[in-house]
Write a protein that binds this ligand. Structure first.
Ligand SMILES: *Cc1c(COP(=O)(O)O)cnc(C)c1O
Length: 347
């Protein structure tokens, strides 16, 4: 059985999500989020996060991220994020577009996690200097771009630096569920209790068709978001069809079940690959994404065998493997077996 580890967005949506869209499709409701489905999403998030929240549904993760930033920074500001972050490398110029030209500044740090000392240093550079962009927000990714996680203490270290300078903090949670089940904490602990002001709550990669939520914990940042979303062309008129996806995702812990499956498939994959001669784990996977280095002929063997994954985008031999809520166990086992067979004959 062949399997693809290209990304978690190569899978479709969970069956109950599709069923929820079909069910919500019946009858008429008021448009633009003035419907019971959308109201239910907000109350479900309030319960999940154990606090009062403002919720803005959008249909892409990029929109969730850049609209969040647009609520946090003036056009002359800068948003500090990791130099390898999705925001900085994979969202084209959407951040600049939506913030009217605010600048993203990449901060270094091991395992794609912002180093709080480097962050502090960057914030203090040219503070108050009219010739420089003024630091106005911080954004962290949980899961990170290399499959690592910030511990709760590491999130707190970042938000403490930001708070000491009155900067709001955004979390890019495109893989929020994968991070949460791995850390084993509550959604509140990984966000507002650790100092996060706005969250991009991803759902698409983990089982919905197209719905992401901007979850705002800091009420003062929610004030203009409705206007910003409309201006940015992301106020869906048939909002209930997005809301119904999120309701299904949050019902009966589908989000948790899906993420636990993806993470456990990654654990299996990583444990297996560790025992294959010639394979080096670059960054230990803490959720559902792994970077590792393989001998080039082994990569060619796996690709020729019908397995799919990204390679050639990084240093020679580096591949990225991502598991999803639908990755089959037999596929993971077969992949490891194929790598092992090759290694035993060739490495
Ligand atoms: C996938 C992803 C997003 C959202 O991407 P879209 O393609 O716009 O949905 C945002 N951040 C990270 C870290 C991602 O992996």
């Amino acid at each position: 059985m062949k399997v693809a580890f290209t990304s978690d967005n190569i899978a479709g949506a969970s069956d109950s999500v599709m069923a929820a869209i079909i069910a919500a499709n019946q009858g008429d409701t008021m448009p633009y989020g003035n419907d019971d489905y959308t109201a239910q999403v907000t109350s479900m998030f309030a319960e999940l996060f154990e606090c009062d929240v403002d919720v803005f549904l959008v249909s892409t993760g990029t929109a969730a991220n850049v609209l969040s930033l647009s609520a946090m920074t003036p056009p002359w500001g800068s948003v500090l994020c990791h130099s390898e972050s999705h925001l900085l490398n994979d969202e084209s110029s959407a951040p600049e577009f939506y913030t009217n030209g605010a600048r993203l500044i990449g901060i270094e740090g091991a395992d794609a996690k912002i180093d709080p000392i480097a962050l502090k240093h960057s914030i203090h550079q040219k503070l108050g200097d009219v010739h420089s962009c003024q630091p106005s927000a911080v954004s962290i990714s949980q899961v990170t771009e290399v499959g690592s996680l910030y511990s709760l203490g590491e999130i707190r270290a970042i938000t403490d630096v930001a708070k000491s300078m009155n900067l709001p903090v955004h979390m890019d949670g495109a893989r929020f569920a994968n991070a949460l089940v791995s850390l084993g904490c509550t959604p509140a602990e990984m966000t507002w209790k650790a100092g996060v002001d706005i969250l991009s709550f991803g759902a698409t990669k983990n089982g919905v068709m197209a719905a992401e939520a901007i979850v705002v914990f800091n009420k003062s940042l929610a004030k203009d978001l409705g206007f910003l979303r409309k201006r940015g062309g992301h106020l869906h008129s048939k909002m209930r069809l997005l809301a119904s996806q999120m309701i299904a995702y949050l019902t009966d812990e589908l989000w948790r079940i899906n993420a636990e499956h993806a993470n456990s498939m990654m654990a299996l994959l990583q444990d297996g690959l560790k025992t294959v001669p010639g394979v080096t784990i670059n960054t230990p996977a803490q959720a559902n994404m792994l970077f590792c280095t393989l001998p080039t002929p082994m990569i060619e063997h796996l690709l020729a065998g019908g397995y799919a994954f990204y390679t050639g985008r990084w240093a020679e031999g580096v591949i990225r493997l991502v598991t999803s809520f639908r990755t089959p166990k037999e596929g993971v086992e077969a992949f490891i077996e194929s790598a092992r067979n090759f290694a035993e004959k060739n490495v």
